[in-house]
Every structure is written in C-alpha cells, then in structure tokens.
Design a protein around this ligand. Structure first.
Ligand code: NAP
Length: 286
C-alpha cells in the first residue's frame, strides 16, 4: 500500500477503511468484522473510527478486528468536541483505548471544533503523545481560519492531518484549504469519498451529465464510477481516503481503485463535468 508522510515523518497508508454506522446493530456485527478483516488482508490497514460511532460500538467492533494483529493496523480514533478539555481528552482517549483493547492509537483527532478552547485540547493531545498513548494527533472539519488559529497555538505545529469531506462532487477545499495544507505538508484525510449518487435528483441535467461522464470514463478503464471517483482522490499526492464498506464486493473494488491509471484526458473530462471551485465555499460537512 502506498503511504504518505505525516509531518512527524511517520508513514500513513493512503487508502483505509471508515467505520461510521458500524457497531450500531448486533445483527450486523459479524459482517462488519468480516468486512474490516477482508480490507486489512487486501492492504487497507488504516482503520478510521471515533468514540461517536455507535457511541463506542464501532470501536468495540474494531477491537475484535485488530485482536492479534494490532501492529499491522494504522488506527485512528476521534474525540467528541465536548470531551476535548485538557482532562476530558485524556479520559476520552483512555476510554477509547479500553474499548479498542489496545494501548496506543496511531492518530487521534478532534472530531470537530466545539466550545472548548483549542489551546486546552492541544495541551491534552500533547500530554497523550508524550505518554505514548497516541503517536500523532490532528483535527477534523477545520477550515483555513481554524487551521491558522490552531497552528499558532502551542502544540499546533504537531497537527498531523485535517480530516474533511472531499469528493468529486464537493471540491470546495481546492480553493484554499487544500493548497494551504499542501504548502505545510499536512495531508488531508478525505471522508465521504463515495458520495451516494442515489441521493441526487437525476432529473437535474448537471447530475445526469456528471454521471454519464463518470460512467464513460469507468467504461474505458473497465471500472465502476465509484472506483473512478476514488482513484481521482487517491492520485493526488496529499490525500488519504477512508471509504466505509460492509459489502465484500465494495471492499475489493475500493482496493482495486488504487490500480487505475487515469489519463490527462480523463482528468480534463472530469474537470468539465465536476467543476473545481471558482470562489471560496464554506466547508462541507456530512
Ligand atoms: P462513504 O465511505 O463515502 O460511503 C459509504 C457508503 O458507500 C456505504 O453505503 C457503502 O456501502 C458504500 N460504498 C462503499 N464502497 C462502495 C463501492 N465501491 N461501490 C458502491 N458503494 C460503495 O461515506 P462515509 O462512511 O460517510 O465516510 C467514510 C468514513 O469517513 C466514515 O465511515 C468515517 O470513518 C469517516 N467520516 C468522518 C467524518 C468526520 O466528521 N470526520 C464524517 C463522516 C465520515 P456498503 O457499506 O454496503 O458496502
């Protein structure tokens, strides 16, 4: 699996697996465990979870998946903003570690910005890093102004990544956040990479044009539209992506998406159908 370097110089795989909506239903648990295990076997060893997902349920699913193979996995979890005070983030991390049945996280993120001063959260994250409970820390759903503020604070220069919504259909971060992060060698973790076309109103001409264009490119590469959307993200050199899939066919497809080679012509076609931003847009949130 290809990797990117975090500012700490540690390597992070560019393609991983999300876990949102996992750990919510007991009847789904085994399928979720099997799915994540298959993904790891195929090389998608980065697992992204959060205390929020299933209110700890997703972390418990992940614990079963990584049991006996912790060292193979790059494990990411996130703290709720309302738990992100100095003492709160330390306690929340301990709870996550205990649910995950491990003694360290590879990366720990502030899930989104809340009312607690960032300086306090960063102090807690630095403590956790010094204690060896987390190897890196970062943020999520931060726009440029939040990032500017964060890096100006003590510990802000240790921010390893910013996890934000980014996909072909929502390219707003290309206006400012993406170049800002690139300039500082801070990789972006793209969530919601597989925007569900089902939600689009297909009577809308723009959506039809987009779907057709994606489908044509997919046909040329003997791939699916979703794989094209995923490859388009992964071919950029500052992006990590974490699609969530429980269906084994989806998992195999997501891994195979890495191997597609989009041509310059494909990229031009994509840019015509899915236009890059021409002005500042507010940060998209799932
Ligand atoms: P996503 O990964 O873009 O979409 C998940 C959906 O896409 C599932 O319904 C899945 O179906 C389907 N899917 C996956 N691979 C597919 C394929 N190859 N072909 C067709 N359908 C496919 O959306 P997401 O779960 O919202 O985002 C990914 C991860 O990012 C989350 O799981 C979570 O870890 C993280 N996230 C973070 C934040 C944040 O605020 N930081 C917010 C949202 C998400 P099946 O499950 O049936 O396979």
């Amino acid at each position: 699996m290809q990797t990117l370097q975090l500012p700490s110089k540690r390597e992070i795989p560019i393609l991983g697996q999300g876990t949102w909506r996992m750990g919510e239903k007991a009847s789904q648990k085994q399928a979720e465990i099997n799915a994540l295990r298959l993904g790891i076997d195929l090389g998608m060893t980065l697992i992204d979870t959060a205390e929020m997902y299933g209110e700890g349920g997703a972390e418990k699913v992940v614990a079963e998946v990584i049991s006996g193979r912790r060292e193979e996995v790059f494990l990411v979890s996130k703290v709720y903003p309302f738990n992100a005070s100095y003492q709160g983030v330390i306690a929340a991390c301990d709870r996550s570690l205990s649910r995950l049945k491990t003694n360290y996280l590879d990366l720990y993120l502030l899930h989104w910005r809340g009312g607690i001063p960032l300086s306090e959260t960063l102090e807690g994250l630095q403590y956790l890093k010094q204690a060896g409970k987390i190897l890196d820390y970062g943020v999520s759903n931060f726009d440029v102004d939040d990032m500017e503020e964060a890096i100006s604070l003590p510990g802000g220069d240790g921010i390893a990544t910013n996890q934000v919504l980014y996909n072909l259909m929502r390219r707003g971060i290309e206006w400012d956040l993406l170049p800002w992060c690139k300039q500082r060698n801070i990789p972006i973790m793209a969530y919601f990479p597989v925007e569900q076309r089902a939600f689009i109103n297909h009577s809308h001409l723009k959506a039809i044009t987009q779907c057709l264009s994606e489908a044509e490119i997919a046909l040329r590469h003997n791939a699916t539209s979703t794989q094209i959307a995923l490859n388009w993200l992964l071919r950029q050199n500052n992006i990590i992506s974490i699609p969530k899939a429980t269906n084994p066919n989806h998992i195999r497809e997501n891994r195979a998406a890495l191997d597609i080679n989009l041509t310059e012509e494909d990229i031009k076609e994509i840019d015509r159908a899915f236009k890059p931003p021409s002005r500042k847009m507010s940060l998209a949130i799932r």
